[in-house]
Write a protein that binds this ligand. Structure first.
Ligand code: ADP
Ligand code: MG
Length: 245
């Protein structure tokens, strides 16, 4: 079964064709990388996939179901997760509380938050924190977390929704090289253990080629290459885009 099937997706902003006839599939339990220079259209693709932006043309199917034009909240409910920026909104809450709120939201019990504060979904939240290696920081306020830890917390929050597909737009941006490798390893484990399909973008080519099952290359809105890491690395057009040679 195909997790995502994307057909001839197009999106223009004014005169700029940000995404130009992009078609691809994301297989079940696949770790698929979307790479390309700044402004290539990667984030615009992500924004269409989770319903934030409606495509001008094209269709998006999630496990065979047409979700084109479905609003973000409904897409989220259908199992398309996206890593969130936690810093701004929930910085004064603890790591544990952030995951509990995500679980309450997923189980449609957000209103239970006030009477039972702290008691609900503790074990489930702890299991998710354990999965991302954050169990020992459960009681910390997230505003005080190191950047890399915040990114791992974002992953735990996204997983609370039990996504079938996870979209990660530059999950390792701002991280030290070692942290990048760690987060990608963790993501690969999650793909394997939870059966999630992941589409991600990443600037560090060593991280991409070392971890992705498959790589797609976007340049000025168009997919110019697609294949295994070794195929894409050997592709002449890709070398030209990245090395200017
Ligand atoms: P990437 O994520 O690969 O860096 P983006 O998808 O953010 O690329 O951008 C692709 C192109 O679309 C760029 O030329 C960018 O300036 C343009 N663009 C993206 N979002 C908007 C927007 N909301 N309004 C106008 N232009 C946009
Ligand atoms: Mg982007």
């Amino acid at each position: 079964m195909t997790a995502l099937q994307v057909d001839t997706l197009c999106k223009s902003f004014g005169g700029v064709r940000a995404v130009d006839e992009v078609s691809f599939t994301l297989g079940e339990t696949e770790l698929l990388a979307l790479i390309g220079p700044n402004g290539a259209g990667k984030s615009t693709c992500f924004n269409m996939l989770n319903g934030q932006i409606r495509p001008d043309v094209g269709t998006i199917r999630l496990f065979g179901r047409d979700i084109t034009g479905t609003p973000p909240r409904a897409v989220w409910r259908l199992g398309v997760g996206r890593t969130f920026q936690i810093t701004a909104t929930f910085g004064s809450m603890t790591v544990m509380e952030n995951v509990q709120v995500a679980l309450l939201s997923h189980h449609r019990r957000l209103r239970a938050l006030i009477p039972y504060a702290g008691a609900l979904y503790r074990d489930e939240a702890m299991a998710l924190l354990d999965l991302v290696g954050m169990a020992d920081q459960a009681a910390r306020a997230c505003g005080t977390l190191a950047y890399g830890d915040l990114k791992r917390l974002e992953l735990a929050v996204a997983l609370a929704n039990e996504p079938r597909v996870l979209l990660m737009d530059e999950p390792t941006a701002g991280m030290a090289p070692q942290e990048r490798v760690q987060l990608m390893r963790l993501t690969a484990d999650i793909v394997r253990d939870k059966g999630v399909s992941v589409l991600f973008t990443e600037h560090d080519m060593d991280v991409v080629f070392g971890h992705a099952d498959r790589v797609m290359v976007l340049d000025r809105g168009r997919l110019v290459a697609e294949g295994t890491p070794s195929e894409v690395r050997a592709n002449a057009e890709v070398q030209q885009i990245y090395l200017g040679s």
